[in-house]
Write a protein that binds this ligand. Structure first.
Ligand code: FMN
Length: 182
Protein backbone atom coordinates (compact mmCIF):
# COMPACT_ATOMS: atom_id res chain seq x y z
CA UNK A 1 0.00 0.00 0.00
CA UNK A 2 1.29 3.47 -0.86
CA UNK A 3 2.21 5.41 2.29
CA UNK A 4 3.71 8.78 3.13
CA UNK A 5 7.43 8.28 3.81
CA UNK A 6 9.38 9.95 6.60
CA UNK A 7 10.43 13.51 5.69
CA UNK A 8 13.84 13.48 3.97
CA UNK A 9 13.48 9.93 2.64
CA UNK A 10 15.41 9.60 -0.60
CA UNK A 11 15.21 6.38 -2.63
CA UNK A 12 17.61 5.00 -5.17
CA UNK A 13 16.27 3.77 -8.51
CA UNK A 14 18.61 1.58 -10.62
CA UNK A 15 20.16 3.54 -13.44
CA UNK A 16 23.12 3.74 -15.76
CA UNK A 17 25.81 5.75 -13.98
CA UNK A 18 27.68 8.26 -16.14
CA UNK A 19 31.33 9.19 -15.73
CA UNK A 20 31.98 12.94 -16.02
CA UNK A 21 35.44 13.72 -17.36
CA UNK A 22 37.08 17.12 -17.18
CA UNK A 23 40.38 18.92 -17.66
CA UNK A 24 41.86 22.32 -16.95
CA UNK A 25 45.41 23.44 -17.70
CA UNK A 26 46.60 19.86 -18.19
CA UNK A 27 44.90 18.44 -15.07
CA UNK A 28 42.46 15.66 -15.98
CA UNK A 29 39.84 13.86 -13.90
CA UNK A 30 36.82 11.57 -13.88
CA UNK A 31 33.86 11.30 -11.50
CA UNK A 32 30.74 9.10 -11.32
CA UNK A 33 27.38 10.87 -11.73
CA UNK A 34 23.87 9.45 -11.39
CA UNK A 35 22.09 12.76 -11.55
CA UNK A 36 22.03 13.66 -15.23
CA UNK A 37 19.68 14.07 -18.17
CA UNK A 38 19.44 15.23 -21.76
CA UNK A 39 17.54 18.51 -21.40
CA UNK A 40 17.04 19.69 -25.00
CA UNK A 41 17.01 18.17 -28.49
CA UNK A 42 17.21 21.42 -30.52
CA UNK A 43 19.83 22.52 -29.60
CA UNK A 44 21.25 19.29 -28.19
CA UNK A 45 21.90 19.91 -24.49
CA UNK A 46 22.77 17.72 -21.53
CA UNK A 47 22.65 18.48 -17.80
CA UNK A 48 24.52 17.01 -14.84
CA UNK A 49 24.42 17.83 -11.12
CA UNK A 50 27.88 18.40 -9.63
CA UNK A 51 28.47 19.15 -5.96
CA UNK A 52 30.74 22.08 -5.15
CA UNK A 53 32.78 19.67 -3.04
CA UNK A 54 33.92 17.63 -6.06
CA UNK A 55 37.34 18.28 -7.54
CA UNK A 56 35.54 17.96 -10.86
CA UNK A 57 33.46 21.04 -10.00
CA UNK A 58 36.39 23.45 -10.18
CA UNK A 59 37.81 21.84 -13.33
CA UNK A 60 34.47 22.14 -15.16
CA UNK A 61 33.84 25.66 -13.88
CA UNK A 62 37.27 26.90 -14.94
CA UNK A 63 37.47 25.15 -18.32
CA UNK A 64 33.82 25.56 -19.31
CA UNK A 65 33.78 22.00 -20.67
CA UNK A 66 33.03 18.44 -19.61
CA UNK A 67 32.29 15.06 -21.15
CA UNK A 68 29.67 12.49 -20.21
CA UNK A 69 30.89 8.90 -20.69
CA UNK A 70 28.85 5.69 -20.50
CA UNK A 71 30.82 2.50 -19.84
CA UNK A 72 29.85 -1.14 -20.47
CA UNK A 73 29.36 -3.65 -17.63
CA UNK A 74 32.94 -4.94 -18.03
CA UNK A 75 34.19 -1.54 -16.81
CA UNK A 76 31.83 -1.08 -13.83
CA UNK A 77 34.89 -1.03 -11.53
CA UNK A 78 35.89 2.29 -13.10
CA UNK A 79 32.48 3.68 -12.14
CA UNK A 80 33.11 2.55 -8.57
CA UNK A 81 36.60 4.05 -8.46
CA UNK A 82 35.52 7.32 -10.06
CA UNK A 83 32.67 7.64 -7.53
CA UNK A 84 34.53 6.74 -4.35
CA UNK A 85 37.95 8.38 -4.74
CA UNK A 86 38.61 12.09 -5.22
CA UNK A 87 41.40 13.43 -7.36
CA UNK A 88 42.47 15.29 -4.22
CA UNK A 89 43.64 11.89 -2.91
CA UNK A 90 44.55 9.96 -6.05
CA UNK A 91 44.90 10.51 -9.79
CA UNK A 92 42.19 8.04 -10.85
CA UNK A 93 42.93 8.24 -14.56
CA UNK A 94 46.63 7.38 -14.37
CA UNK A 95 46.29 4.85 -11.50
CA UNK A 96 43.89 2.79 -13.64
CA UNK A 97 45.86 3.17 -16.91
CA UNK A 98 42.72 4.32 -18.66
CA UNK A 99 42.92 4.92 -22.43
CA UNK A 100 41.81 8.44 -23.26
CA UNK A 101 40.87 10.25 -26.43
CA UNK A 102 41.25 14.03 -26.49
CA UNK A 103 37.90 15.69 -27.20
CA UNK A 104 38.22 17.21 -30.66
CA UNK A 105 36.78 20.64 -29.79
CA UNK A 106 37.66 21.22 -26.12
CA UNK A 107 40.47 18.76 -25.35
CA UNK A 108 38.39 17.27 -22.52
CA UNK A 109 39.40 13.60 -22.01
CA UNK A 110 37.00 10.96 -23.33
CA UNK A 111 37.17 7.39 -21.97
CA UNK A 112 38.05 5.25 -25.00
CA UNK A 113 36.18 2.23 -23.59
CA UNK A 114 32.85 4.10 -23.50
CA UNK A 115 30.03 2.89 -25.71
CA UNK A 116 28.68 6.47 -25.81
CA UNK A 117 30.21 9.81 -24.84
CA UNK A 118 29.16 13.44 -25.21
CA UNK A 119 31.69 16.25 -25.35
CA UNK A 120 29.96 19.32 -23.92
CA UNK A 121 30.67 23.03 -23.64
CA UNK A 122 29.05 24.63 -20.58
CA UNK A 123 26.03 26.71 -21.56
CA UNK A 124 24.62 27.47 -18.11
CA UNK A 125 25.21 26.76 -14.43
CA UNK A 126 22.14 26.64 -12.20
CA UNK A 127 22.54 26.62 -8.41
CA UNK A 128 20.25 23.91 -6.97
CA UNK A 129 21.28 23.47 -3.33
CA UNK A 130 24.29 21.37 -2.46
CA UNK A 131 24.77 20.61 -6.18
CA UNK A 132 24.89 22.92 -9.20
CA UNK A 133 23.23 21.85 -12.43
CA UNK A 134 25.67 22.23 -15.34
CA UNK A 135 23.93 22.41 -18.71
CA UNK A 136 26.22 21.79 -21.66
CA UNK A 137 25.83 22.05 -25.42
CA UNK A 138 26.66 18.62 -26.86
CA UNK A 139 29.28 19.56 -29.43
CA UNK A 140 30.58 16.09 -30.35
CA UNK A 141 29.05 12.63 -29.85
CA UNK A 142 31.30 9.55 -29.75
CA UNK A 143 29.81 6.08 -29.96
CA UNK A 144 30.42 2.44 -30.74
CA UNK A 145 27.82 1.98 -33.51
CA UNK A 146 27.55 -1.80 -32.91
CA UNK A 147 26.10 -1.05 -29.48
CA UNK A 148 22.99 0.60 -30.97
CA UNK A 149 20.22 -0.56 -33.26
CA UNK A 150 18.76 1.39 -36.18
CA UNK A 151 16.43 3.31 -33.83
CA UNK A 152 19.30 4.47 -31.62
CA UNK A 153 18.29 2.13 -28.76
CA UNK A 154 20.97 0.02 -27.08
CA UNK A 155 21.62 -3.32 -28.75
CA UNK A 156 21.64 -5.74 -25.81
CA UNK A 157 22.88 -8.55 -28.05
CA UNK A 158 26.14 -6.66 -28.29
CA UNK A 159 26.34 -4.39 -25.27
CA UNK A 160 26.50 -5.52 -21.63
CA UNK A 161 24.61 -2.68 -19.92
CA UNK A 162 25.43 -1.99 -16.23
CA UNK A 163 22.44 -0.95 -14.13
CA UNK A 164 23.61 0.41 -10.78
CA UNK A 165 21.62 -1.13 -7.92
CA UNK A 166 23.28 0.92 -5.16
CA UNK A 167 26.44 0.34 -3.18
CA UNK A 168 28.90 -1.53 -5.38
CA UNK A 169 26.31 -3.72 -7.06
CA UNK A 170 25.67 -3.63 -10.77
CA UNK A 171 23.16 -5.67 -12.76
CA UNK A 172 24.34 -6.92 -16.13
CA UNK A 173 21.31 -6.30 -18.34
CA UNK A 174 22.67 -8.63 -21.00
CA UNK A 175 22.36 -11.52 -18.53
CA UNK A 176 18.79 -10.59 -17.67
CA UNK A 177 18.01 -10.55 -21.37
CA UNK A 178 19.54 -14.00 -21.80
CA UNK A 179 17.75 -15.41 -18.77
CA UNK A 180 14.42 -14.19 -20.14
CA UNK A 181 14.92 -15.87 -23.49
CA UNK A 182 16.27 -19.17 -22.05
C1 FMN B 1 26.98 5.76 -8.14
C2 FMN B 1 27.46 7.16 -7.81
C3 FMN B 1 26.80 8.25 -8.33
C4 FMN B 1 27.24 9.56 -8.04
N1 FMN B 1 26.57 10.63 -8.58
C5 FMN B 1 27.02 11.89 -8.34
C6 FMN B 1 26.38 13.01 -8.96
O1 FMN B 1 25.44 12.87 -9.75
N2 FMN B 1 26.88 14.25 -8.68
C7 FMN B 1 27.93 14.45 -7.83
O2 FMN B 1 28.34 15.60 -7.61
N3 FMN B 1 28.56 13.39 -7.24
C8 FMN B 1 28.14 12.13 -7.49
N4 FMN B 1 28.77 11.06 -6.92
C9 FMN B 1 29.93 11.29 -6.03
C10 FMN B 1 31.23 11.57 -6.81
O3 FMN B 1 31.37 10.71 -7.94
C11 FMN B 1 32.44 11.32 -5.85
O4 FMN B 1 32.34 12.19 -4.76
C12 FMN B 1 33.79 11.47 -6.54
O5 FMN B 1 34.76 10.86 -5.70
C13 FMN B 1 34.18 12.89 -6.84
O6 FMN B 1 35.43 12.88 -7.48
P1 FMN B 1 36.34 14.18 -7.63
O7 FMN B 1 36.46 14.83 -6.27
O8 FMN B 1 37.66 13.65 -8.13
O9 FMN B 1 35.66 15.06 -8.63
C14 FMN B 1 28.36 9.76 -7.19
C15 FMN B 1 29.03 8.64 -6.66
C16 FMN B 1 28.60 7.35 -6.96
C17 FMN B 1 29.32 6.15 -6.39
Amino acid sequence: MLQIAKEGTSCYLPNLVAVVTSQYEGEENMMAASWYSQVSAHPLRFGVAISKERYTYSLVKQSGAFAINFLPYSHSHWIKISGTISKRDQDKLTSQSIDLISGEKTGVPILAQSFLAYECRVHQMIPCGDHDWFVGDIITTYWQPDCFNEYGSVNLNHLHYPLHLGGFHFLNLKQVNQLKSD
